[in-house]
Design a protein around this ligand. Structure first.
Ligand code: IVH
Length: 676
């Protein structure tokens, strides 16, 4: 480090870096953060500021590399010191038994072989090279012999350690450590990324693997930094200075050094258990938050691996046991056009029902007109359909060789299929929309969104009921939800007094809501859950948000001109303001939600007892935590407030004994309420 800089600065920079490496590891590798996101951001900001003032302090393994570096002109290539081989595939138990037999034969043994079995991630293979404990290079697999150097991009992946350490302590590993793993994007993150792309009129990625590959191959790593990439490490290349005997122990050591290892690995099992685990994992795969396309069976002993060696393409000691494909072929029987919350028309393909990986699929999204044209889809076509986790099934391609000539081209309707209003397609947009905001289809979707989980979360007010209520003329806008009449409800078809009563009380119970959820519920175009949260943090009150000008909105990190314009437009429409007033007049309370550290309850400890009237305990807990407080199960000297509902338990007496502040629900709400 340069000598002309004051020692206090050097010390501070070093401290910040160590702290950030540690918090990064706790958050992204262990999934167990010790500080809030806001504090992490502040610490990062402090380091960025110091590195800007003292550019000579820049370091290739500073945590600030995570935000990306200026763009490259092209990628360099590098030869892997040990080729990155591919894997042989097996599809049936018999294939696996053959693999086991071949291994025993090659090793000339009758003894049972010990295997370690891992999920096979469907992402992009990379190699990371550490010298003296520092990440010096990252590359793609390429053709297995030569890969592309993508170091700045890989450095943006938070679960990749920049310095090899055992959870904070920098470990000085001399010389070289090459690790290999799979970079991927989770299913939920993929869905969100594609939604954001659609909102910005960019083409969506076909699947999470393409999204991960595209994100890694960016010349501008600042773009990569914004993509939700993750990594699991599954092997090594050249390793000096570590004595390794078994594959599982290798992974275990890597984990100790701070690398992220998949939690569903089954270590050291025999072939019979391998087959059993395959069944278990084929079930589990649908619950995993990322795509896996099979499992990898590896001989655990490294000595045996060496004896077995490899063919030119793949090692003899490992095999991929593939899962049933999540793609099938079927026929498009028709195309229906659905109208969404913001009036966007989405064509949906009706399919001959087909079983894909255990679920019947009879519909697939076609996104928009351009997508249909690009893929050349016609009604009657035989198509390849793909399903990944709970992502909506999609058409991968048309099997044109099977065309009969009877297939029909599809044209988007010129009128809204529901209200017959005009359809408009802006020049720079892929989406066509129905411009009638009173279109019953739009109204239904807006109300469904309003009552959904991330918004008002009204129990029992599901999609079917919303449709029924709109059709019956009981709901015209989401504000009407709070004025529903129990008598009218109970006379509806498939409804009785009991269900009607349940709906009314679920509505009443939803009336305390955090500002972020409220903003999200409004269904403003381009304002998803994430942006709504950012807006709540930034404006802290609905009134301030309502009055915000485009430039105030754009000043918020994460809000661009398109989003800003959409928000301003929403709040200038009289209709929307009246709707909001009606919601508030019905008694809905918008609760303060703020930055965890600066929250109104910053560091305060709460204990809950008894039954609350309008909040569930979960809601109360969430609100307290969002405002920076904590909730504990028992009263102690550290308790700041006891929030007591009706029929409180013994905690109330204990709190009285200790002289702790006892508050009721109304007082609690006053502490939290948004300034209207
Ligand atoms: S081991 C020499 N383990 O599958 C052994 N590979 O078809 C090479 N993959 O390029 C790989 N998960 O991208 C291994 N747990 C895992 C894996 C895995 C995914 C990918 C990897 C590789 C491809 C081979």
């Amino acid at each position: 480090m340069p000598v002309n800089i004051e020692p206090v600065v050097l010390k501070k920079v070093e401290e910040l870096r160590i702290a950030l490496h540690r918090h990064n590891y706790r958050y992204y590798v262990l999934n167990d953060p010790e500080i809030s996101d806001a504090e992490y951001d502040r610490t990062m900001q402090a380091l960025i500021e110091l590195e800007t003032v003292y550019p000579e302090l820049a370091s290739p393994d500073s945590p600030t590399c995570r935000v990306g570096a200026p763009p490259l002109l092209s990628f360099d290539t590098v030869e892997h010191s040990v080729p990155m081989l591919s894997l042989g595939n097996g599809f049936t138990d018999a294939d696996i038994m053959d693999f086991d037999r071949r291994i025993k034969k090659n090793l000339d043994t009758d003894e049972e072989i010990v295997y370690t079995v891992e999920p096979k991630l469907d992402g992009v293979a990379v190699e990371l090279v550490y010298e003296n404990g520092r990440l010096v290079m990252a590359s793609t697999r390429g053709d297995g012999v030569n890969g592309e150097v993508i170091t700045p991009n890989v450095k943006t992946i938070r679960s990749v350690p920049l310095i090899v350490s055992g959870g904070g302590e920098v470990l000085n590993i001399s010389s070289r450590l090459e690790v290999r793993g799979e970079v991927f994007i989770g299913l939920e993150e993929f869905k969100q990324l594609n939604q954001e792309r659609l909102d910005q009129n960019l083409p969506p990625f076909a699947n999470p693997r393409n999204a991960a590959a595209g994100s890694l191959r960016q010349l501008d790593s600042r773009v990569t930094a914004k993509r939700p990439l993750e990594i699991f490490i599954y092997g090594v290349g050249i390793v000096t200075d570590l004595v390794l005997e078994s594959h599982w122990e290798t992974l275990h050591i890597l984990k100790g050094l701070g690398f992220r290892i998949n939690p569903h690995i089954r270590p050291k099992i025999l072939i019979k258990e391998v087959l059993e685990y395959y069944r278990e994992l084929s079930e589990k795969r649908h619950q995993l938050p990322y795509d896996i396309d099979g499992m990898v069976i590896k001989v655990d002993s490294l000595e045996m691996q060496k004896l077995l060696g490899a063919t030119s393409r793949s090692p003899r000691w490992a095999l991929a046991y593939k899962f049933e494909a999540l793609q099938e072929t079927t026929r498009i029987t028709g195309i229906e056009v659905q109208v969404g919350r913001t009036g966007v028309l989405t064509p949906v393909a009706h399919l001959d029902p087909v079983n894909i990986g255990g679920a019947m699929v009879s519909r697939a999204t076609l996104h928009n007109e351009d997508e249909i044209a690009k893929k050349g889809i016609r009604v009657g076509d035989k198509v390849l359909v793909q399903r990944a986790g709970d992502v909506i099934p999609e058409i991968v391609k048309v099997i044109t060789s099977q065309r009969t000539g009877a297939e029909k081209k599809f044209n988007m309707p010129r009128m809204c299929p529901v209200c017959k209003s005009e359809i408009v397609r802006a020049e720079d947009e892929a989406a066509a929309r129905c411009i009638n905001i009173a279109c019953p289809a739009q109204v239904k979707e807006r109300i469904k969104h309003f009552a959904s989980k991330g918004a008002f979360d009204i129990d029992g007010l599901g999609d079917k009921l919303v449709e029924q209520l709109v059709d019956a003329g009981l709901l015209f806008s989401y504000a009407d939800i709070f004025y529903l009449d129990e008598d009218k409800l109970k006379n509806l078809e498939r409804m009785g007094p009991k269900s009607a009563g349940n709906i009314i009380s679920a509505v009443a119970n939803s009336k305390s809501i955090s500002l972020g959820r409220f903003i999200y519920a409004l269904g403003i175009r381009h304002v998803g859950e994430h942006v709504a949260g950012i807006l709540a943090q930034a404006f802290k009150s609905l009134n301030k948000l309502k009055k915000a000008a485009a430039q105030d909105l754009e000043a918020v990190d994460g809000v661009g001109p398109v989003v800003a314009e959409s928000i301003v437009k929403f709040f200038t429409q009289d209709e929307n303001l009246k709707t909001i007033d009606r919601i508030v007049d019905s008694g809905v309370e918008i609760l303060w939600e703020s930055d965890k550290q600066d929250g109104v309850l910053g560091g305060k400890m709460f204990v809950l007892t008894g039954t609350l009237e309008t909040l569930t305990r979960e809601d109360a807990k969430k609100i307290i935590e969002e405002a920076g407080g904590k909730v504990s199960g028992s009263v102690s000297g550290k308790t700041d407030y006891l929030l007591a509902g009706t029929s409180p338990g013994s905690k109330l007496n204990r709190a009285k004994e200790l002289g702790i502040n006892i508050i009721d629900e109304a007082t609690f709400k006053k502490m939290m309420i948004d300034d209207w």
